[in-house]
Write a protein that binds this ligand. Structure first.
Ligand code: SF4
Length: 465
């Protein structure tokens, strides 16, 4: 599947979630059983992460079929992507205040998933509100008489045609740039035997669905510490690898390089079914790595990349780097490009560091917007100055970089087209923040082929959903 197909899939998936909105909202006397309104939950669902949607949201769809109007509901369900890229806690708190003002007297608001982190910010400001951070399918199932509703950790995705395995959730690290430094997500591994039983079931009943296994988690390397006292990801890799029906395994979410133990590395190298793996370089000076709380050094990253390449020359390695970290210097840009030119990831995602006042890195002096732009410009110029090898597929610039990018690639003055686009984006952005009309994030992306030093190779598009 190409990146473009995956992108189209993203749109389809989000549309599918919106399609689960009921055709109409009933009056309270038309509905037997609990009088629930989940409009806010469903409307915000496209902003939530893939895991939350497949693990917790999909199982509760039966509960959402017959809903009552907001003003007649006894229970109002709410969720939000909350802090996937940016800290949207203020927006979530405003949404909840708004719901509290619209509900009928005595109605309870139930806040599900990561947005339950708003509890500490609201600090008792809203009455009759319940926060359920994790296992919300199970919680709602028990509360509203759907005992079969439970979180699913091995889930087949019909669109992507892959079997997702989530062996662990949460993370015990607190990297200074990560939302973990200011929010709580419960750390919890699933038992090895539980995962094995699920996979055995697929092997016996639907082996064709096992062709592609996507092994995923926010921090895979911590799998098993809570259950077995030490990281046990290698056992899961070896288990998945052992099924005949499995043809390829991808580890799509960037792994924590500093936590790859020799046993995990050994299992990764032994499995010839692994076709894609994410290894996040993040940045490339040991000083900055320490500052942001990463456990690896540049040397360590180089060793892991080269061992994997040596063991499995066909493996595609994806990596993420950040530009604009506090205290970052121009020399750090040179180091970053050098590191990339040493390890040559096949895919490179470039993120601007988005400063959140609640993140741990807030205590350091921040770069100004123009310093960040300048760092990005230097970085991109250096990066594309060497002719990259053919296997290097593309670089992806993440949200927020697009506008600057247009400037960087040779436009000294902002063109009329640029100004118009910016105005449109600003307008959409403003609209999107007006709950509940549109999701409060915009997706603006640009991709270009790494071989391209010439603008004609640029493939760019932007979309809003
Ligand atoms: S290891 Fe990953 S998930 Fe955990 S805090 Fe660091 S960046 Fe966040």
């Amino acid at each position: 599947m190409t990146k473009k197909e995956i992108d189209q899939y993203e749109i389809k998936r989000k549309e599918a979630i919106l399609e689960t909105l009921p055709e109409r909202y009933y009056s309270a006397d038309e509905v037997d059983g609990p009088k629930i309104n989940a409009y806010a939950l469903q409307f915000n669902a496209p902003t939530d992460c893939y895991r939350e949607l497949l693990v917790s949201y999909m199982p509760i769809i039966p509960l959402l079929k017959k809903q009552v109007k907001l003003e007649e509901a006894d229970y109002i369900l709410y969720a939000h992507g909350y802090a996937r890229c940016d800290d949207l806690s203020d927006l979530v708190c405003d949404n909840l205040r708004q719901l509290a003002s619209l509900r009928k007297k005595g109605a309870e608001i139930i806040v599900l998933g990561k947005s339950a982190n708003a509890k500490n910010i609201l600090n008792g400001e809203i009455s009759n509100i319940t926060f359920v951070g994790d296992h919300y399918a199970e919680y709602l199932g028990k509360r509203f008489g759907f005992p079969e509703m439970k979180e699913q950790y091995v889930v087949y995705d019909d669109y992507l045609r892959q079997l997702n395995v989530w062996p662990v959730d949460g993370c015990n690290n607190r990297c200074g740039f990560c939302r973990r430094s200011y929010m709580y997500i419960r750390y919890e591994s699933q038992k090895y035997t539980f995962i094995k039983n699920q996979l055995d079931w697929y092997q016996e009943h639907e082996p064709e669905k096992m062709k592609h296994i996507s092994l995923r988690a926010e921090n895979l390397t911590e799998y098993g510490i809570d259950l077995y006292g030490k990281p046990m990801l290698h056992r899961i890799i070896t288990l998945i690898d052992s099924y005949e029906a499995v043809e390829n395994i991808t580890l799509d979410i960037g792994m924590c390089i500093g936590e790859i133990t020799s046993e995990i590395l050994d299992a990764l190298c032994k499995s010839k079914k692994i076709t894609e793996i994410g290894l996040n370089l993040e940045t490339a000076s040991n000083r900055l790595l320490k500052l942001i709380g990463k456990k690896h050094t540049c040397q360590h990253a180089i060793e892991i990349f080269s061992k994997l390449r040596e063991a499995n020359p066909k493996i595609a390695i994806e990596s993420t780097v950040m530009i604009g970290l506090p205290t970052e210097t121009i020399s750090d840009m040179y180091r970053l490009v050098n590191l990339i030119h040493t390890v040559w990831p096949d895919y490179l995602h470039i993120n601007y560091y988005i400063h959140s006042p609640r993140a741990a890195l807030n205590k350091y002096p921040q770069l100004t917007e123009s310093q960040k732009e300048y760092h990005l410009k230097i970085f991109l110029n250096l990066l594309t100055s060497k002719k990259p090898r053919h296997e290097y597929k593309f670089i992806e610039l993440h949200p927020c970089i697009y506008l600057h990018h247009h400037f960087i690639w040779g436009k000294k003055r902002k063109s009329r087209k640029f100004i118009k686009m910016k105005m449109k984006l600003d307008e959409l952005s403003k609209l999107n923040n007006d709950f509940p009309y549109l999701m409060p994030s915009r997706t603006v992306r640009i991709m270009f082929h790494k071989n391209a030093t010439d603008k004609k190779y640029l493939v760019r598009w932007w979309r809003t959903i």
